[in-house]
Design a protein around this ligand. Structure first.
Ligand SMILES: NC(=O)C1=CN([C@@H]2O[C@H](COP(=O)(O)OP(=O)(O)OC[C@H]3O[C@@H](n4cnc5c(N)ncnc54)[C@H](OP(=O)(O)O)[C@@H]3O)[C@@H](O)[C@H]2O)C=CC1
Ligand SMILES: CC(C)=CCC[C@@H](C)[C@H]1CC[C@H]2C3=C(CC[C@]12C)[C@@]1(C)CCC(=O)C[C@@H]1CC3
Length: 344
């Protein structure tokens, strides 16, 4: 019997896969149906086999979905409506940071500056990316990390906004999300060099907007920060730095935990806040909090809500006028897909 249906995007590796493992290993696993939404079916099958290897009785199904493609998201949403009559949790986790450029000079300057801890906690000032354009004509990072997920949410309304039932959306955001990287004049960050940071900030805003509009329909949205986790995404930041060198650096990375609890490092620890939210009553959550996966010096992982920082909050209030057009783009009444993409 199915009690809860959980959809996870980007579930075939890293934090998404660790989340699936942890959910299946938890006490509430009975009656859980996990649907892994992945763009690459070969990797999706490998992930499913690994999960079933450890939990042979688990209900794990696969769904092909490329969040950067409008047609793929639309057909995945249609397929979900055929397969399920409700979705209890939707983890919007798939994400990319393409062609990252690591500024070594800025890194060494940062090491000897007062902002060293912020640099390690957020990667601020040392990372830029070169974005591409998808066949739909959208910016790749924006389309993958934000827009495809937003479109999915809109298309899944019949499954996630049902009378007498609550559903949760949980976004994997980032400590790299920065207000200053986001502009309503350039929502997709076409002109800048930090599309990743911008897309993650936009997901924080979008989650707030979703709560304003959908809470009355029983749909709740939260954002989490997994911390700094060693995954394919982070290995890509220093491509000339082979994985075994990262392994050699592990003692140093553990040591850095003395200064910042954001070095969660393993996908298991990074998934902490995602698992924590699974067990919460969404009505009791603070919609303005960001839930952080943190790990102590001794390796104990825990979840901590952090209010959106005062700077961001006050900027958000001051910026409510310039943020409004962003929401208008996202939530025009009776909006049709063509209007949304056309407006962008
Ligand atoms: N690692 C870290 O330190 C941090 C990560 N995050 C966020 O965590 C999330 C998970 O990343 P992480 O586990 O680190 O990295 P991984 O690269 O291991 O996982 C990313 C997942 O997203 C999938 N994905 C990428 N593009 C698409 C697409 N177009 N359609 C569908 N799926 C896609 C990947 O699939 P495929 O295998 O096919 O590439 C993969 O399954 C991301 O949103 C990332 O931004 C946030 C903060 C820190
Ligand atoms: C000693 C040593 C070699 C440390 C690693 C330095 C940097 C490569 C990392 C320090 C902080 C990291 C970080 C990220 C990437 C790698 C670092 C810059 C992210 C930006 C990865 C993606 C995110 O969403 C947030 C991460 C914040 C911290």
């Amino acid at each position: 019997m199915i009690n809860k249906v959980v959809l996870v995007t980007g579930a075939n590796s890293g934090i998404g896969l660790a989340l699936c493992e942890r959910l299946l290993g938890s006490q509430d696993a009975e009656g859980l149906h996990l649907c892994l939404a992945c763009r690459n079916m070969r990797r999706a099958h490998a992930a499913r086999s690994a999960l079933l290897g450890a939990h042979p009785a688990a209900q794990v199904t696969l769904l092909q979905m490329d969040t950067s493609s409008i047609s793929s998201v639309l057909s995945a949403a249609r397929e979900l409506q055929l397969r399920f009559n409700r979705l209890d949790y939707v983890y919007l986790n798939a994400g990319i940071m393409p062609n990252p450029q690591f500024d070594l000079k800025a890194f060494f300057r940062g090491l000897f500056s007062s902002s060293v801890i912020t640099m390690f906690a957020t990667g601020e000032g040392i990372l830029t990316q070169k974005d591409g354009v998808t066949p739909d004509g959208l910016q790749e990072v924006f389309a993958t990390n934000l827009f495809g997920h937003f479109l999915l949410v809109r298309e899944l309304e019949p499954l996630i906004c049902q009378p007498g039932q609550t559903s949760q959306l949980i976004w994997t955001s980032s400590s790299n999300a920065r207000r200053s990287a986001f502009s309503v004049e350039d929502v997709q960050h076409r002109k800048g060099s930090e599309p990743y940071s911008s897309s993650k900030y936009a997901s924080d805003l979008l989650s707030l907007a979703i709560n304003t509009r959908y809470n009355k329909l029983g749909l709740y949205s939260s954002v989490i920060c997994p911390g700094f986790v060693m995954t394919n995404l982070t290995y890509g930041i220093l491509p000339s730095f082979p994985a075994f060198l990262w392994t050699l650096l592990m003692p140093l990375l553990w040591l850095i935990r003395v200064f910042t609890n954001t070095f969660t490092l393993t996908p298991y620890n990074g998934a902490e806040a995602l698992v924590w939210l699974f067990n919460q009553k969404p009505e009791r959550l603070d919609p303005r909090a960001k839930y952080h996966s943190l790990t102590s010096v001794l390796g104990h992982s825990y979840t901590q809500p952090r209010q959106v920082s005062p700077i961001t909050l006050s900027t958000f209030r001051c910026a409510s006028n310039d943020v409004a057009p962003f929401f208008l783009i996202l939530f025009p009444d009776g909006c049709r897909l063509g209007h949304v993409t056309g407006a962008l």
